[in-house]
Design a protein around this ligand. Structure first.
Ligand SMILES: Nc1ncnc2c1ncn2[C@@H]1O[C@H](COP(=O)(O)OP(=O)(O)OP(=O)(O)O)[C@@H](O)[C@H]1O
Ligand SMILES: [Mg+2]
Length: 138
């Protein structure tokens, strides 16, 4: 599925389309350069799932936890991970294989730990500053 966001105001409706597209899939991997808009889109997805608390980048904590209306949500940012052992040590499996939603920034840092099936979200900044968002079920 290909979506385009020309402004931030479109993100809430795009987020609900993405959640519908994913059906029962709850693990989402976000790919895109620094500043592409991964955290910003995740914020909209969390709000779509009913989170009322502020959604901020978990860069330093690696994982943030939010409560949605029906689901728990884990938001990961692996950017600062030094190696995959750190993810093992933090008990990533407990999060990935719970029935919570998992939104993962910088999955490139854990190439050997990725689940077999997930929703892939690729974000690209276009020259006019809009964002192209490509969603696939892997
Ligand atoms: N769809 C959009 N349209 C316009 N601006 C956007 C959009 N999405 C994000 N931005 C802007 O881009 C900036 C960076 O976004 P964000 O922090 O979400 O990027 P990121 O991909 O999470 O980066 P990082 O890899 O550093 O975590 C923010 O200022 C945000 O407002
Ligand atoms: Mg981010």
């Amino acid at each position: 599925m290909l979506l385009t966001a020309t402004s931030l105001t479109q993100l809430p409706s795009l987020a609900s389309e993405i959640i519908s597209f994913a059906k029962a899939n709850r693990i989402f991997l976000f790919y895109g350069d620094m500043g592409a808009g991964k955290t910003t889109l995740i914020k909209s997805l969390c709000e779509c799932l009913g989170t009322t608390e502020p959604v901020t980048s978990p860069t330093f904590s690696i994982v943030n936890e939010y409560i949605g209306t029906k689901n728990r949500i884990y938001h990961f940012d692996f950017y600062r991970l030094k190696n995959q052992t750190e993810a093992l040590d933090m008990g990533y499996e407990e999060y990935f294989y719970s029935d919570a939603y998992c939104f993962i920034e910088w999955p490139e840092k854990i190439p050997d730990l990725l689940p077999d099936h997930y929703i892939e979200v690729k974000i690209t900044t276009l020259p006019d500053n809009s964002r192209q968002i490509i969603i696939a079920q892997i």
